[in-house]
Design a protein. Structure first.
Length: 417
């Protein structure tokens, strides 16, 4: 057994780790408040009123300026970094600092700034990727002070960030890479989750007390019926298959698009950022629903039906801008963008077949698309349990089974996570 593994086992069994977890969780809560408040402030300063989202010149200008800033930050931060700046990269950054020295503070905060700009200027991405990387890289410097292995400090801090972003239940699924998960048996994972859950509770408590307006909300639909055990389950299966296929197409296309942008667009990161900002702005002129992560926009399309034709346009453009912005160097997570695409697909099918079980169908599309897109079905399902009422759990379970089948059948075609 290696020294690192031995140290980690001691950390897991040592009661001291629970105290460390509570303290780290509180610290992660404060870091998260700083990052999420910066994103919120940027959005409020840039998008000062709802009218700006429907003014074509303003929308296009904001997105292009955002793309320019993304390009400049990418050029200044790490000229040689050509990977997609998404959740997969954040997890790789997280696991790298478990055993290696964290990058210089200039790069850490430069990447955090890239995340703030990407999200603040309307990028169709979520905050999970930059926040996870930020807390992992900052916390890794504390292991010698806390007398806990660097890997364990990072794990506890990332668990805290998951609690802030998605709620404590998400910690049960974990977010480590597939390779790392295979190196731990079920018993080790269960024991390790105890301090991680405490870290998540601690960070969630801090952000709830200090910045309660930032958080996720449960989706509702006043006019939706429950999914029955007849024809509705057929629609659930169809939606799950369509949403999974879209998630698969996006996760396969994004790295190829990023590689194409890096190798073919002359001038480096700045022209790539400008082009992706132009695509985002032009799409947002057609429909502002493509802006931002999609978290609040899912509720918007549940509350205000927009028709089959508009749903087709929204899903197609959201898919386009997600791939274009990640290819152009914007930095953010893809959980909620994928979930929005799945939810939009579900509403499209519900309108076509005239089903009144809209919330259950949306829940199925939400889980299926995000499960395949991030290759973490348990994480997607638990997030669905947090965000949707218990009446939708059966459709989500069926959607997860179908998503797992799609992942298994196409696993060789998916990029490594």
């Amino acid at each position: 057994m290696s020294e690192q593994t031995q140290g980690k086992s001691v950390d897991i069994d040592n009661p001291k780790v629970y105290l460390v977890a509570a303290a780290l969780g509180a610290g992660v809560g404060l870091i998260s408040i700083g990052f999420l408040f910066a994103v919120k402030t940027a959005k409020e300063l840039i998008w000062t009123s709802e009218l700006e989202r429907i003014n074509p010149v303003v929308v296009l200008s904001i997105c292009v300026v955002g793309g320019l800033l993304v390009g400049v930050l990418n050029q200044l931060a790490e000229k040689s970094r050509s990977e997609v700046h998404d959740l997969t990269e954040a997890i790789a950054d997280m696991e790298e600092v478990e055993t290696k020295q964290a990058p210089p503070a200039r790069l850490i905060f430069g990447r955090a700034g890239l995340g703030v700009v990407s999200l603040g200027f309307g990028g169709p991405l979520g905050p999970e990727a930059p926040l996870i990387a930020l807390v992992a890289q900052l916390s890794s410097r504390l292991s010698h002070i806390l007398r806990v292995t660097q890997a364990r400090v990072v794990e506890l801090s990332v668990a805290g960030s998951l609690g802030v972003l998605f709620g404590v239940p998400l910690v049960l699924a974990g977010i480590e890479s597939e390779e790392k998960a295979k190196n731990r048996n079920i018993g080790q994972r269960i024991v390790a989750r105890g301090p991680e859950i405490l870290a998540a509770i601690s960070s969630l408590f801090v952000i709830t007390k200090l910045l309660p307006e930032i958080g996720i909300h449960q989706f509702t639909s006043d006019n939706s019926m429950e999914v029955g055990f007849g024809i509705d389950l057929i629609w659930v299966a169809l939606i799950a298959l369509l949403a999974s296929s879209l998630g698969l197409a996006i996760v396969r296309a994004t790295p190829k698009a990023r590689e194409l942008v890096v190798s073919k667009i002359p001038g480096g990161a700045i022209p790539a950022g400008l082009l992706s900002g132009l695509i985002l702005g032009a799409s947002a002129v057609v429909t502002p629903l493509v802006l931002f992560s999609g978290h609040h926009e899912i509720q918007e399309i549940l509350d205000s039906p927009i028709g089959i034709g508009n749903l087709l346009v929204v899903v197609a453009l959201k898919t386009l801008v997600l791939i274009a912005c990640l290819a152009g160097g914007w930095y953010g997570g893809q959980i909620f963008p994928l979930a929005f695409i799945g939810a939009g697909t579900a509403l499209l099918v519900a309108d076509i077949v005239d089903s009144s079980a809209t919330l259950g169908l949306v829940a199925a599309g939400f889980v299926a698309a995000s499960a395949v897109g991030i290759r973490r079905p348990a994480l997607a399902l638990l997030l669905g349990f947090v965000l949707f009422p218990a009446t939708t759990w059966i459709p989500m379970l069926l959607a997860t089974v179908i998503a797992v089948a799609v992942i298994g059948k196409r696993s060789a075609e998916l990029p490594s996570h």
